[in-house]
Design a protein around this ligand. Structure first.
Ligand code: FAQ
Length: 316
């Protein structure tokens, strides 16, 4: 069969909503696009554990600590499902991980911003997981079987993450003046980076048109961004807080919120590796990976603590 015929059969299947499976014929560019997107997605889940992991020891109560540990653990699971899904396309996990650790592979821009207060755990849950869900629910219907199936469980868990984040902010928003300020400050810092997570505007997105034709993407970056803004503009009212955009206004004619200009210079700087925490994230990621050094360090610290306890008991 000629390449043209194979491509036609492939596109017909997609148009009829028949899933593409690992052993089916697929155009090389379709395979490469999926590897790029799925591996970036997997890396985002793994790097995304770092800013939240930093807050596990500082969570204010046992309940918050347990919930945050569970959330961070979920992100590791998401990374694993996604790496497994990309492996079905003929790339090894080692190769993907080494691309991440060398800085060659991208991961989401959002994880290059610092987490400076407890309220950031709420803002990440509400806004970052909220943006992730908006983008990822349609991915449950993407044309590649292993990716679509992996996304079903990811989305169920992200939905819990989003609610736990909103609840953290809700409690702070009803708290003391200092807690309310901390809450508003976190929203102010996370809003625009979350809006940027959806990727460049459609007119500047090189991959969207082809990915929509292949049904890897079901909505464009701008369509998803608008849905996210519309929802958040209403939800923020429940918190009694505001979004840091003076141009945010309901447009009855469009049935959507109008919003202010996005700072694309900032977005591309972060994507190019020059965001506030790019260097820190990569260093932390490499440190975690280097022969499991962090596991050994934790084990040594634990053993030392046990030894100290034992010697104290003996003295007593
Ligand atoms: N950051 O033509 P497009 C999460 C790049 S998971 C960095 O529009 P595409 C869970 C893009 O790669 C969050 N780079 O590309 C969690 C491309 O560069 P390339 C991750 C970005 O692929 C929560 C160039 O710009 N989610 O948060 C970004 O059609 C809390 C042109 O862009 C996913 O990965 C960005 N934000 O659309 C974990 C979802 N945006 O590769 C812990 C799956 C764009 O040509 C805590 N991915 N770029 O060099 C997607 O849906 C798509 O890949 C998009 C980008 C929509 C992200």
């Amino acid at each position: 069969m000629s390449l043209i015929e194979l491509e036609k059969i492939f596109q017909d299947k997609i148009d009829k909503e028949i899933r593409i499976e690992p052993k089916d014929w697929m155009p090389e560019k379709y395979r490469q696009t999926l590897i790029r997107q799925i591996s970036q997605h997997a890396h985002s889940e793994i790097v995304g554990m770092l800013p939240e992991g930093n807050w596990i020891t500082r969570a204010p109560t046992l309940r918050r600590k347990v919930t945050l540990i569970a959330k961070v653990q979920d992100e590791a699971g998401h990374g694993l499902y996604l790496y497994s899904s990309a492996e079905t396309l003929g790339i090894s996990r080692d190769e993907m991980v080494s691309q991440l650790n060398s800085g060659k592979a991208k991961y989401s821009s959002i994880f290059n911003y610092p987490t400076t207060s407890w309220a950031d755990m709420g803002a990440i849950g509400w806004l970052v997981d909220g943006a992730a869900i908006m983008n990822q629910v349609p991915l449950c219907r993407n044309s590649y079987g292993p990716y679509a199936r992996a996304m079903v469980r990811v989305c169920k868990e992200e939905s819990f993450h989003q609610r736990q984040g909103f609840e953290i902010l809700l409690v702070l928003s009803r708290g003391s003046e200092a807690q309310r300020k901390m809450c508003q400050n976190a929203i102010n810092r996370w809003w625009w980076p979350s809006v940027m997570m959806f990727g460049p505007g459609d007119d500047a997105s090189p991959h969207t048109a082809q990915s929509m034709k292949w049904k890897i993407k079901r909505f464009t970056n701008d369509e998803l961004r608008q849905k996210f803004i519309d929802i958040c503009a209403e939800q923020v009212k429940l918190l009694g807080m505001t979004l840091p955009d003076p141009d945010l206004k309901w447009n009855a004619a469009k049935g959507h919120y109008d919003f202010g200009a996005i700072d694309w210079t900032e977005f591309w700087n972060v994507v190019a590796g020059n965001g506030p925490c790019n260097k820190e994230r990569l260093e932390a990621r490499n440190k975690a990976h280097d022969d499991g050094a962090w596991v050994r360090e934790a084990a040594v610290a634990y053993a030392r603590k046990q030894k100290d306890k034992l010697s104290q008991t003996k003295v007593a």
